[in-house]
Design a protein around this ligand. Structure first.
Ligand code: GUN
Length: 289
């Protein structure tokens, strides 16, 4: 069994991005500038956004964090999105999800200019991705494709089972891996799937993105499979200072001995997601050169 080291790969890619940023600065080209809108004080969102801002610093990007209390109205938030759309210094931006219940998330996503939508959530980017046109691709699926490529794990002709059909991970993941170039045979499973174990047992690669800690157990996995664990549920822990730790969707101790490759949680997919966001921001900046 080989551990897929997302921390190491993400550090390698960050170094490549930092080099390109340094080259751009030398040539007098614009420094990439990412902005993030954060509404409220959700613990997970605070952590993710802080990681994104720190990653910007590490590669030499500029970053701007725009914070609002969770009583901001939908209209006020849409005005802020419009301000970033029109701000020439901002190359790309994200609105951290989830948003408070009184705000229509889809409406906010659709207000973002597609050429600044570095999360790849706008329907224009999703639609372009589905038909294989150049687009901003959602960060987690893009990061997983990078991880597989860097570990030389071919997806061509492989049976890939994606667990979960979210707009952020499962759905775009399934589309990307079935495309020409990736050439996998993809099955998407979800809460209504019947005989799940029989399906996952056929998988050469399992991508678990359902958000249920330790859902994937040894009896669901064929010998020699590749396991990609997207789960990041916070569970209480008396072993950490914060009082919680991250748990993946895979029962790691049980499954790891069976498989050829597996991503740990933390340190697997998570760091790659942030790197994909940086790559998308660099791409947005290049498009504006
Ligand atoms: N919430 C959970 N994941 C993400 C992400 O990739 N982008 C944004 N904007 N919000 C999220």
């Amino acid at each position: 069994m080989e551990l897929i080291d997302g921390k190491q790969i993400s550090a390698d890619i960050k170094a490549e991005i930092a080099q390109e940023v340094a080259n751009r600065k030398e040539k007098g080209l614009k420094t990439p500038h990412l902005a993030a809108i954060l509404v409220g004080h959700d613990g997970g969102s605070e952590t993710y956004v802080a990681h994104k801002v720190k990653a910007c610093e590490q590669v030499g990007f500029e970053s701007t964090l725009v914070r609002f209390e969770d009583d901001i109205t939908e209209i006020q938030l849409l005005e802020q999105v419009e301000a970033l759309n029109n701000n020439n210094d901002i190359d790309g931006f994200i609105v951290q999800l989830p948003l408070p219940r009184h705000i229509d998330e889809q409406k906010v996503i659709e207000a973002i200019r597609p050429d600044k939508d570095v999360d790849g959530f706008h329907p224009v980017n999703v639609g372009k991705m589905v038909i294989g046109l150049d687009a901003f691709i959602s960060a987690t699926p893009a990061g997983i494709v990078d991880l597989l490529e860097r570990y030389k794990i071919s997806t061509s002709g492989k049976n890939v089972v994606v667990l979960g059909r979210s707009n952020i991970v499962g759905r775009p993941m399934s589309v990307l891996l079935s495309q020409k170039g990736q050439d996998a045979t993809v099955t998407v499973c979800h809460s209504r799937t019947k005989n799940l174990k029989e399906i996952t047992k056929q998988a050469d690669i399992i991508i678990a993105a359902i958000g249920i800690p330790e859902f994937v157990t040894a009896d669901m996995v064929k010998n020699g499979a590749v396991i990609i664990d997207v789960g990041t549920t916070r569970v209480e822990s008396n072993q950490t200072k914060s009082g919680w730790k991250l748990k993946g969707d895979v029962n790691f101790d049980e499954v790891a001995p069976l498989c050829s490759h597996i991503t740990p949680v933390p340190g697997g997919v998570g760091p790659m997601t942030i790197v994909s966001l940086l790559k998308n921001t660099l791409k947005a900046t290049r498009l504006r050169d």
